[in-house]
Design a protein around this ligand. Structure first.
Ligand SMILES: *Cc1c(COP(=O)(O)O)cnc(C)c1O
Length: 458
């Protein structure tokens, strides 16, 4: 009985031939694997009692499997969540200038470690020093894989076996299990906590500094904020204490902000320039947070300290590749040219005109034929920068009975679209979407709604 029915299942060769009639651009190994899987699926369903479909339908299923199997694991996603530095979605999008610089050195050879003047071996670290100096005012700088690596390296090189003083309010977990006390321990430094969770004074630091102390470490609290009865000494005050005690002041800024955030209507975020000017010996920051560049960690500060880091074996272990150097330099150049507001996506998004956002949200609502409406909401900066800090925005709020299911359908779109479910509605924020992608979002919404069985009422 089973054998009789299984005879209706086409052979893998027949499915392959049928696939090739529709499209010939799938490489043979992928097509073969997909045809085998489609036939295996079909055998199972036939054995379970279902009728065998026509050959074309089996070939179509194999085609689908092949297409899905050939999709890269890491894909572009349209971010309509309104979180600008969304760590899960790759943090900062790069500027066109940074991408062009990466392409230029990626497609061929470069002078990564070659001194073109003299024709001898050069250092990859030399490419970033000048721009880092211009952008931050620091005497010198070194770039490593990320800011976590930067902090680990600095502690390991300057504080191993010695004490590092940290305020109780700053012994934080940044996220992804990155905890300041653990990083200190791993690097071989001894944590000395001072003050209380909410209030720490300069004298608290001064009292514990001894010959065993290597550094005072200031840590940006990043993803949380203590409000109300709270005090932390300024960088200038800490620099004075550090100078008097003959210890280093290390400032882990987290974000690497180079601009005055109040110009964008945000609260003040400490800048790298201020940290350096107020006397931090080393300022550490990420490349892909508010800086708006590639993933990396920058160590900027005193020339003799940076030189010691550059000579250390960890500099080799944590070094960045040519693409990162190209993208970071292009990003820094935007700031040096005073063009970050136009060129760097993070700042372009923060600064997008509210009226333009409303018009775009309206177009999405119109596309879904009144299944939603335009509502006022808040875009978040995210990425552990400016905790809780938002920018007023307009969203298309899509009103369906199952917003989670619609969000799921949008994630299955090609390209995937990420929205934000809030109060049982799906909020789509144009601020974090490149305007050129607006039609893709509109189509994705219409398609998702029709799949939900709640057809857009056009
Ligand atoms: C984000 C952050 C880090 C880690 O930076 P990565 O570049 O993600 O490794 C370290 N310190 C602070 C204060 C941060 O905000």
């Amino acid at each position: 009985m089973d054998n009789e029915r299984l005879r209706q299942v086409p052979s893998v060769d027949a499915v392959l031939a049928a696939m090739r009639e529709v499209s010939s651009d799938i490489p043979h190994p992928a097509a073969l694997e997909a045809a085998r899987r489609a036939v295996a699926e079909l055998r199972e369903s036939v054995v379970a009692g279902e009728a065998a479909p026509a050959l074309e339908a089996v070939a179509q299923r194999a085609q689908e499997l092949a297409d899905r199997g050939r999709q890269p694991s890491l894909r572009r996603v349209i971010n309509a969540s309104g979180v600008i530095l969304q760590t899960n979605l790759g943090r900062a999008p790069l500027s066109a200038r940074a991408v062009a610089a990466m392409q230029e050195v990626a497609l061929g050879y470069s002078n990564l470690e070659y001194d073109l003047e003299v024709g001898v071996r050069g250092s990859r670290h030399d490419h970033v020093r000048e721009l880092l100096h211009k952008a931050t005012g620091a005497e010198d700088g070194l770039v490593v894989n990320n800011n976590a690596a930067a902090l680990f390296m600095v502690l390991q090189v300057f504080a191993r076996g010695l004490e590092v003083v940290v305020s109780r309010g700053q012994a934080v977990e940044i996220g992804g299990g990155f905890r300041i006390p653990d990083v200190l321990r791993q690097s071989g430094a001894k944590l000395v906590e001072v003050g209380t969770t909410n209030r720490t004074y300069a004298r608290d630091y001064a009292e514990v500094c001894s010959l065993e102390t290597a550094a005072i470490l200031r840590v940006h609290a990043s993803n949380f904020k203590i409000v109300g009865f709270a005090t932390e000494p300024s960088t200038g005050e800490l620099a004075e204490v550090a100078r008097a005690a003959n210890v280093l002041l290390i400032d882990d800024l987290g974000s690497g902000c180079l601009v005055d955030t109040t110009r964008y209507g945000l609260v003040r975020e400490p800048t790298v320039q201020e940290s350096i000017a107020k006397g931090a010996d080393l300022a550490l920051f990420s490349g892909d947070k508010l800086l708006g560049g590639p993933q990396c960690g920058v160590i900027a500060g005193k020339a003799e300290l940076v030189e010691e880091l550059r000579q250390h074996p960890l500099a080799r272990a944590l070094r960045v590749d040519k693409l990162t150097i190209a993208a970071l330099n292009a990003t820094l150049a935007s700031y040096v040219d005073g063009r970050e507001a136009e060129e760097i996506p993070v700042w372009r998004m923060v600064g997008t005109d509210l009226e333009q956002i409303r018009v775009r949200a309206e177009a999405w609502v119109e596309a879904v034929g009144g299944r939603g409406r335009v509502v006022e909401a808040t875009s978040m900066v995210g990425g552990g920068s400016l905790p809780g800090e938002g920018v007023r925005t307009w969203c298309a709020a899509i009103e369906v009975t199952d917003a989670d299911r619609l969000a799921h359908l949008l994630r299955a779109n090609d390209p995937p679209i990420a929205g934000r479910v809030q109060d049982g509605r799906l909020l789509m924020d144009p601020r974090t979407v490149e305007p050129g992608d607006d039609p893709i979002v509109a189509e994705g919404l219409v398609h998702g709604l029709s799949k939900l069985g709640e057809k857009a009422e056009n």
